[in-house]
Design a protein around this ligand. Structure first.
Ligand SMILES: NC(=O)c1ccc[n+]([C@@H]2O[C@H](COP(=O)([O-])OP(=O)(O)OC[C@H]3O[C@@H](n4cnc5c(N)ncnc54)[C@H](O)[C@@H]3O)[C@@H](O)[C@H]2O)c1
Length: 495
């Protein structure tokens, strides 16, 4: 199976567009194929719409964006792709025909995956050439923000296909969930469908509106599910003896006729209730507006979970570790003779960063310099493993000088210069630049102390890290000393 540099998409609707946005963002080229030529404009628009939320997902350094091309000829796509993801309508016969067709043009070492929400992989791979390289890879909308992808093999799929697919999806920041056995609806849609059927029943019986049923999830279980799922949460509901007590206490309820599971008849009256209910909930907001709101909170939730290293937050952490490592490896080659300060952080001023003047608020400058330090640490080998071994640098002094304002959406970058270091200390100087013209909008000078975190005492920097740091220090010794370095509060520009 191949190292994936180009992703081929077959079908570029809602899901194809989501795959394109995610892959391009993490540096993968995309060749998108759709029968309708007008889908080219659509997919480019979908990628553009996804960008603001994706751009805020992480501070970790990203590779250059991938390139998007479009074709109505699947052979053109199949000839270039290292991995193919099919996203055409959910019709068994159509998918079987198109998967067989694409498999005749794609080399046998190219994995072909289907986004199907519930069709069985054994059925889908039936007429394919080299069916062992086929699997289901079921994503969730919006594909560019939700990390889950269910991986399901059919009777002819080999384990190497699932492994290769999992490696690729991890590379683009996802959480592959291998499904042990193919079943209609895979895992997640089985669960979602059960809830959905009960909703339809309750709306149909006039028990509740769509809004009330959404409230019953939003204010309670939905918040719990995001990080712990149903089973762990029930384990906690059982008190000290956990799940065993929970089952003893609530087990008898399972016999009560609470749930119906068989879906009700989808009558016109029920459809009207569902549509009217959700329209009332939307309160005049367009789908685009609601999508932006959804995307913004999905980013924010993942960033919160990241702090707790749980669920989708752990996936984000793993992605960031990979991105930092790759960037450090790329920067590493040039470290010895790195001519200028290191450019390790690219960002934009986020809406939540501005104050009442609509400018980036003062403590966010420190935040951005903190991110620059994080990136710098990875470059010299201070990563999760280093921290877990009980070693870290602590910031002991900072001086920020503000030169210009930055508005929402302004693209920025940080450069970092090492002014000095010894066995326990690191003296750095950051410059925050506007990307459009390189102007400096702030500078930050910092002293960091290397510590043994368990003992909470200064301790010598580990040898390998020290060696890398020394190479950068030596290279930066040739740079001019920044005029802002060593400033004290209240000094005028001229002094
Ligand atoms: N929408 C969701 O929330 C969701 C979530 C997960 C998985 N899926 C699955 O993803 C797949 C696509 O769903 P969608 O919502 O993106 O559908 P969609 O209708 O938005 O897009 C389908 C696209 O396929 C194109 N197409 C049709 N026949 C084609 C062919 N022969 N060759 C090339 N392109 C062709 C259409 O022109 C269209 O652009 C389905 O299998 C669906 O079950 C959907």
């Amino acid at each position: 199976m191949r190292n994936v540099k180009t992703l081929g998409l077959l079908g570029t609707g809602v899901i194809g567009g989501g795959w394109a946005a995610r892959a391009l963002h993490f540096g993968i080229d995309v060749v998108a194929a759709d029968v309708k030529p007008e889908m080219e404009a659509w997919i480019r628009g979908a990628v553009e719409n996804a960008e603001p939320a994706l751009a805020r997902l992480t501070f970790a350094p990203l590779p250059p964006k991938g390139k998007l091309s479009f074709t109505t000829d699947l052979r053109v796509m199949a000839a270039q792709a290292d991995f193919i993801q099919e996203n055409i309508p959910e019709q068994l016969e159509l998918k079987q025909r198109m998967l067989a067709e694409v498999s005749r043009h794609a080399p046998a070492d190219v994995v072909i995956a289907s986004s199907t929400s519930g069709l069985m992989p054994s059925d889908l791979q039936r007429d394919m050439v080299a069916p062992e390289r086929f699997c289901v890879a079921h994503p969730f909308n919006p594909v560019y923000l939700l990390p889950l992808v269910e991986l399901v093999g059919g009777g002819k799929t080999v384990p190497a296909t699932i492994e290769a697919a999992a490696a690729f999806f991890r590379f683009i920041g996802m959480h592959p969930l291998p499904v042990r056995r193919e079943i209609p609806g895979h895992l997640t849609d089985r669960l979602q469908e059960a809830l959905w059927r009960e909703i339809l029943h309750m709306v149909n019986d006039g028990v509740a509106t769509t809004g009330e049923l959404d409230d019953s999830i939003i204010y309670g279980p939905g918040l719990r599910w995001a990080a712990m799922g149903t089973n762990m949460i029930y384990h906690l509901a059982g008190g000290e003896s956990g799940m065993r007590h929970m089952l003893a206490q609530f087990g008898p309820c399972l016999k009560w006729p609470w749930t119906k599971l068989e879906a009700p008849e989808l009558t016109e009256a029920l459809i009207d209730r569902m549509v009217e209910g959700t329209q009332a909930q939307a309160r005049g907001r367009s789908i685009r507006e609601l999508e932006r709101l959804r995307d913004d909170y999905l980013v924010a939730v993942q960033q919160v979970l990241r702090q707790y290293d749980i669920g989708a937050g752990s996936t984000l952490r793993a992605l960031e570790e990979r991105l930092y490592k790759d960037a450090a490896a790329a920067a590493g080659a040039g470290l010895a003779d790195s001519a200028g300060p290191l450019r390790l952080v690219e960002t934009v001023v986020r809406p939540e960063w501005v104050d009442y003047n609509a400018h980036m608020t003062d403590y966010r400058y420190l935040h951005v310099f903190g991110e620059a330090m994080d990136a710098f640490y990875r470059t010299i080998g201070v990563d999760d493993a280093y921290r877990k071994a009980g070693r870290m640098f602590y910031n002991v002094e900072t001086h920020v000088a503000y030169a210009r304002e930055a508005k929402v959406g302004e693209p920025l970058y940080v450069t970092t210069q090492v002014l000095g270091s010894n066995e326990k200390r690191l003296h750095v100087f950051h410059r925050l630049h506007r990307r459009r013209d390189g102007e400096i909008i702030a500078t930050g000078e910092q002293m960091h102390l290397h510590v043994d975190t368990a003992a909470a005492k200064a301790a010598p920097i580990e040898m390998a890290v020290r060696a890398k740091l020394e190479r950068i220090r030596a290279a930066h010794a040739a740079l001019p000393w920044p005029t802002e370095a060593g400033r004290h509060v209240g000094r005028t520009k001229a002094s």
